[in-house]
Write a protein that binds this ligand. Structure first.
Ligand SMILES: *Cc1c(COP(=O)(O)O)cnc(C)c1O
Ligand SMILES: [Zn+2]
Length: 549
């Protein structure tokens, strides 16, 4: 690796535009006092070096973009393979929402389970380059964990300040990496103030979070990866659960730089989602205001997203969103937990509540028409749930099978085991799904599999469906309307004219806008009509439960 010590980096003031040479200790603009400065690189050099071609030969991870990261000597890099996370196509969630191009940028796959690993790698590498061996950081959880892990490798002592709302398991994780853990009973903004005072009194380096160069510079690597994965295109949307706003600001900067290099043609619209109990940015955005009113007492269990005073960061976001488009939504803790359960059940992704807030907001943006079915949407799947979120499942999440009463386990009598297992498998409801679209059929059976006792059988065309209904005599039928050959209308007519089958309730699931005549034709024949691509699992389940009563 070359050491890049000749790399030219400038700092530009985000307020007055003053330009200075990059010095990693520089924190404020000497001209106006602004404390968010932006790194600028010599794009000409990168263009001449034919960067895009070089990238194709480099290993995955954030440091493959080292020319555009604020480190002078690559020997100082502290890395654990962060970045290079996959863009997963959402399978079941896509068909549920009716989105054709939904990509999940799976940041859970970082070394400590969140996208803060990018920030930790850049920030700790910069501290390493500065020769700093002790630092203070205030955190809503994940930054402190990531910094602690990377600092351990770099031999830097970390003082981590947590707001008391952070789950204890997260604090223990930081302690495990050898950090000092200080729990501050107060809000995140108060915690930051306490940490700053501590750092000043002890003359220890204070990480300035979103205001540090390393933070935004690290986050922009997500933009590079997304563009590269989309064959150097910009998605229509980048959506994230937002606290301080570092992720979207960094991502917007990354796309801006790729535009400067002529590699993409736009910055995506930013969809930001906050927890309803702490949503200063969302409220300001919806009110059309560039300045957010601070939330002094966040009312949310989701500590990760509890920045009540977004300050200048929101103004920067506002400017980006005015120019390139954007949307803002908030979601309650309950909506987030529901989204968390749904995502785990239908697509196998266990995300932390801060990420679930984003998904709950995404659902709203799709349903209110802000996001269109053909839009290319990338969501930041920002963090893994770890085993910390105990309140997320109700107390019926496990079933017990007690075989001790049936005798010694070695010579377990068959009968005892069977009767024990019967407890596990009671009250099966049979459902026949008549659906020619594989994605829709898979989604419906997945939703039913994970809830209660439904046994699902699928027919992929009308005649096969009628035959299956005759054999199975299900408790409920779910039928598509648009099918090649015999369509759903005909299937329903035949079922309803057969005295042995006409009592079985029918739920129609359709991608078609019905004409008044078609509605007439169905009326009295069916129990529920659901529009494909715009129902959530709970609605389908509720309609089944209702028709079964
Ligand atoms: C930090 C964090 C966020 C919020 O990120 P910002 O871009 O700083 O607002 C969201 N989700 C997770 C998991 C996080 O750790
Ligand atoms: Zn300035």
């Amino acid at each position: 690796m070359d050491t890049s010590s000749t790399k030219k980096i400038e700092l530009h003031c985000t307020n007055c535009g003053y330009v200075m040479n990059y010095v990693s200790r520089q924190t404020t603009c000497p001209q106006c006092g602004e404390n968010i400065l932006e790194a600028h690189y010599d794009m000409e050099v990168i263009r001449r070096a034919d960067w895009q071609k070089q990238l194709a030969t480099r290993k995955p991870g954030i440091w493959r973009y080292h020319e555009l990261l604020p480190l002078r000597n690559l020997d100082n890099i502290i890395t654990m393979g962060e970045g290079g996370t996959p863009m997963l196509k959402a399978r079941n969630l896509s068909s549920m929402l009716g989105l054709k191009n939904l990509y999940i940028k799976d940041e859970r796959q970082g070394p400590t389970g969140s996208f803060k690993d990018r920030q930790a790698s850049v920030a700790i590498s910069v501290l390493n380059e500065m020769g700093i061996d002790e630092a203070v950081v205030a955190s809503t959880g994940n930054v402190a964990i990531a910094y602690s892990a990377y600092a351990a490798r770099a031999g830097i002592k970390m003082w981590t300040f947590f707001t008391s709302q952070v789950p204890g398991e997260k604090m223990r994780e930081a302690a495990l990496y050898g950090s000092e853990v200080i729990k501050v009973t107060g809000t995140y903004d108060e915690t930051k103030a306490v940490a700053a005072r501590f750092a000043e009194a002890r003359s220890i380096f204070l990480d300035r979070g979103i205001k540090s160069i390393a933070a935004i510079e690290s986050m922009k690597t997500m933009a590079y990866e997304i563009a590269e994965d989309l064959n150097w295109r910009t998605p229509d949307w980048f959506i994230q659960g937002v606290s301080g706003g570092m992720g979207p600001i960094g991502v917007a900067k990354g796309f801006r730089e790729l535009m400067d290099l002529g590699m993409v043609d736009k910055i995506p619209a930013i969809g930001m989602v906050q927890s309803a109990g702490c949503a200063p940015m969302i409220e300001a955005f919806k009110a059309g205001q560039r300045i957010a009113i601070p939330v002094e007492n966040p009312q949310t269990l989701i500590a990760t997203l509890s920045t009540g005073r977004p300050g200048r960061a929101y103004e920067l976001l506002w400017d980006i969103m005015q120019k390139w488009g954007g949307a803002a939504e908030s979601a309650t803790d309950e909506e987030a937990f529901e989204a968390m359960r749904l995502l785990a059940r239908v697509d196998g992704l266990s995300v932390e509540p801060a990420t679930a807030v984003m998904f709950a907001g995404l659902f709203k943006m799709v349903r209110n028409g802000t996001i269109k079915p053909d839009d290319v949407v990338v969501v930041n799947c920002s963090g893994h749930t770890f085993p910390v979120e105990k309140h997320i499942l109700d107390d019926q999440w496990e079933r017990q099978v007690d075989v001790s009463k049936a005798g010694r386990t070695i010579s377990l009598p068959e009968e005892g085991l069977l009767s024990a297992l019967e407890q596990v498998d009671k009250a099966v409801r049979r459902v026949v799904v008549i659906e020619d679209n594989d994605d829709a059929a898979r989604l419906i059976s997945r939703i039913l599999q994970t809830r209660g006792q439904y046994k699902v059988e699928i027919a992929t065309n009308g005649p096969q469906g009628i035959e299956l209904v005759r054999q199975v005599k299900p408790d409920v039928i779910i039928c598509d309307l648009m099918m090649p050959g015999m369509d759903g209308f005909q299937v329903i007519d035949i079922l309803k004219s057969n005295p042995e089958l006409d009592e079985i309730p029918v739920i129609v699931l359709t991608a078609k806008e019905l004409t008044p005549r078609e509605r007439d034709r169905l009326s009295g024949q069916i129990d529920t009509l659901l529009q494909k691509g715009s129902f959530l699992d709970e609605e389908l389940l509720q309609s089944i439960i209702r028709t079964l009563q």
